[in-house]
Design a protein around this ligand. Structure first.
Ligand code: ADP
Ligand code: MG
Length: 267
């Protein structure tokens, strides 16, 4: 990818699948880090009350954080740059979350324009970044709708395992409703096969089924299953710096190049 002469306006991308454990958070951290390695400025948004993204980026116990995405969403005078944290990766920043966010869904229900709160808060951030990646929680509730309303694109990680496609129809319906009612320019940037294990016939069959269903919307890059990902999480680092020469690191670098190309064609 070409180096950038200047940064922004950012493309906002929601990393979304209401199934847990499919690689959303791992993809957010490592795609973000790989994009930053390419000289892109990246903002990661932890939009899951579990705070796994914040933990995975070395924030320790996120309950210790005084201000988080929860404050940004619910307080009119708390903006993105009031909660912004640096990460170990140059050019990659974080809006952190913790369990406080679990109350937001109920609190937001009573807000005017409740689907657009995140979108509004990210507006002024976009001029400082090239990509904003939102790590969604495993549900299709109001928080995820806020992410889809703010985004231009969606990346759907799918675990190359039994039941990979379970629930995907419901996710597609939700995305279509968001397109029809609140965000007509939203597109699916791609489906990402994760936890691929080429040694098993089964995992190859699942990937084939994913390609049959979604055609060239499936990224050519597939992320292999390797324990280096959980290892890196424990160290609070992306795999691209924890184990730079690993296969996992090179897969996410490949994905970064592929998404940059797709996004350039879209804009
Ligand atoms: P989600 O955010 O969708 O719930 P995570 O990214 O947290 O999923 O991944 C779930 C678990 O699987 C984590 O422990 C993570 O370290 C691990 N994991 C993610 N991707 C891989 C992979 N490619 N290979 C092996 N383990 C992985
Ligand atoms: Mg997660």
């Amino acid at each position: 990818p070409a180096p950038l002469a200047e940064h922004g306006p950012a493309r906002i991308v929601a990393i979304c699948n209401q199934k847990g454990g499919v690689g959303k958070t791992t993809t957010t951290i490592n795609l973000g880090a790989a994009l930053a390695e390419q000289g892109r400025r990246v903002l990661l948004v932890d939009f899951d009350p579990q705070g796994a993204l914040s933990v995975g980026l070395g924030q320790g116990d996120p309950r210790q954080l005084e201000v988080t995405v929860h404050n940004m969403l619910l307080e009119s005078d708390t903006e993105w740059d009031d909660i912004l944290l640096e990460t170990t990766v140059d050019g990659m920043h974080l809006l952190p979350s913790n369990i406080d966010l679990s109350g937001a869904e109920v609190q937001l229900v009573h807000e005017v324009g409740r689907e657009y709160i995140l979108s509004g808060k990210l507006k002024s951030a976009c001029e400082h970044y090239d990509y904003v990646l939102i790590d969604c929680q495993p549900s299709l509730g109001l928080l995820t709708i806020n992410a889809l309303a703010a985004a231009q694109g969606v990346i759907v990680p799918l675990e190359c395992e039994y039941f990979a496609m379970r629930g995907v129809a419901l996710l597609m319906e939700t995305i279509e409703k968001v397109q029809q009612r609140i965000n007509p320019t939203l597109v699916i940037d791609g489906f990402l096969g994760t936890m691929y294990d080429s040694r098993t016939l089964h995992t190859r069959e699942v990937l084939q089924r994913i390609v049959q269903a979604f055609g060239d919307k499936v990224f050519h890059t597939v992320i292999n299953r390797t324990v280096r990902f959980p290892d890196a999480t424990v160290m609070g680092e992306p795999i691209t710096t924890f184990d730079p020469s690993s296969m996992g690191a090179s897969h996410y670098r490949e994905l970064a190049k592929e998404v940059i190309q797709r996004w350039q064609q879209l804009t």
